[in-house]
Design a protein around this ligand. Structure first.
Ligand code: SF4
Length: 396
């Protein structure tokens, strides 16, 4: 009976935001604090475990099939704290025995002891932030590790029987050339990861890099585009399948957690600035660590931007999210699920196909080509506008 009930539960992802780093990278606008304040870390741990307990009571009909520890740098926070959070999740949610359980790690904070503990606790996927193989560039962007540490970290991760390793790489870095980038890809391929994410550097307002960008010899947009297209080609030649704008995997190793975001699945986020899409509502925890801790402790407000998501907005999200993936959008599903006409979108896709920006799959789905991914933001905003006009009948 229990097994039958479990089969009918809704899949749920859990995201844990650990907001601590050893050092703040020059380009980073994630919510994280460079600190080694033990007391602060302990009170954060108490708060997030209490938050998990509170939310678990609201989700008896869900089965957790992915858990993702991001940040920040979870491995800097340490294995004991991560294990305590995972225990709190298991205690308060129904977690599948086949759940994908990922932690983000930086090469300077993965010791044998930490990896052993996390493997024994049930973590089964590692996302390692390598970024590039050039120590000079790593130093310029404020990373506290060098490439040899990344190589050593991969060896340790493998020795501790992690069979699912993802690495994060960045292109468009200060002084980086196309040759540098291709060399990074070739060197990292020798480490034999199962999954690679390639992100173009974005200079965000409010980061240290933003104020000094003119002095950093940053590759321009065309150079970044060349790096992106060369990554697609090199990774394809080495047996990786691109399944999302920035993500590539070997067969059977897509990130199940991230796919949940792109496929419109439900997820709950814990920790400051963590987002959720749960029970038809979207909300975000406040971007303030002390406020988050105090709010949980004293029963105050920790969630903001709580909104019910209207069906039409879901239809727009479907277009936005699915066009990030190589699965693309399915006209039949779009019409059946959202009761909207696909015809005006079809016309736009046909024009995109003429410009080699989109292609139609053998089973009728529309997806972007590599060239289309480069301009995905403007394609998506055009599609949203067309969708809006077709719903309201406006020609503006
Ligand atoms: S390690 Fe990651 S989260 Fe921390 S400062 Fe660097 S980029 Fe940001």
């Amino acid at each position: 009976m229990a097994l039958f009930a479990r089969k009918h539960k809704t899949p749920l992802g859990i995201y844990i935001h650990v907001p601590f780093c050893r050092n703040k990278c020059q380009y980073c606008d994630f919510y994280s604090i460079a600190t080694n304040d033990d007391h602060l870390m302990r009170t954060f741990l108490q708060a997030i475990c209490a938050h998990i307990k509170e939310a678990g009571a609201l989700a008896p009909n869900y089965l957790v099939d992915t858990i993702y520890f991001g940040g920040g740098t979870p491995t800097y926070f340490g294995a004991a704290g991560m294990a305590a959070i995972l225990t709190a999740i298991r205690k308060n949610f129904d977690v599948s025995s086949t759940a994908e359980i990922t932690f983000e790690a930086n090469p300077d904070s993965v010791s044998d002891a930490l990896l052993r503990r996390l493997r024994n606790e049930g973590f089964n996927r590692v996302s390692l932030g390598i970024q590039c193989d050039n120590d000079e560039i790593l130093r310029k962007i404020g990373r506290v590790h060098n490439y040899q540490q990344a190589v050593n970290a991969v060896k340790r991760i493998r020795r501790k029987r992690f069979r699912n390793l993802s690495v994060d790489l960045m292109y468009g870095l200060p002084g980086q050339t196309l040759d540098d980038w291709e060399e990074t890809l070739r060197n990292v391929l020798q480490l034999e990861p199962e999954h690679i994410s390639c992100y173009g550097l974005k200079v965000e307002e409010g980061t240290p890099l933003y104020t000094i960008q003119d002095m950093c010899n940053l590759p321009d947009d065309d150079a970044q585009a060349d790096m992106y297209l060369s990554a697609i080609q090199i990774l394809r030649d080495h047996g990786f399948r691109q399944y999302e704008i920035s993500n590539f995997s070997r067969k059977g190793h897509v990130s199940r957690h991230n796919l949940k975001y792109w496929n419109g699945g439900e997820y709950l986020g814990f920790g400051p600035n963590a987002s959720s899409d749960f029970g038809g509502r979207r909300f975000t925890a406040i971007r303030d660590l002390q406020g988050y801790i105090d709010g949980i402790k004293h029963g105050g407000q920790v969630l903001q931007d709580v909104q019910e998501v209207a069906p039409r907005e879901r239809a727009g999200e479907y277009l936005m999210m699915r066009l990030r993936t190589t699965a693309g959008v399915d006209p039949k599903l779009y019409q059946q699920k959202y009761l909207l006409d696909f015809e005006p979108l079809e016309e736009y896709f046909l024009r995109c196909r003429q410009a080699n920006l989109a292609e139609k799959t053998f089973d009728g789905r529309w997806r972007l080509t590599p060239k289309g991914f480069l301009v995905s933001n403007s394609i998506i905003s055009d599609l949203l506008l067309i969708q809006e006009r077709s719903v309201t009948g406006s020609n503006k």
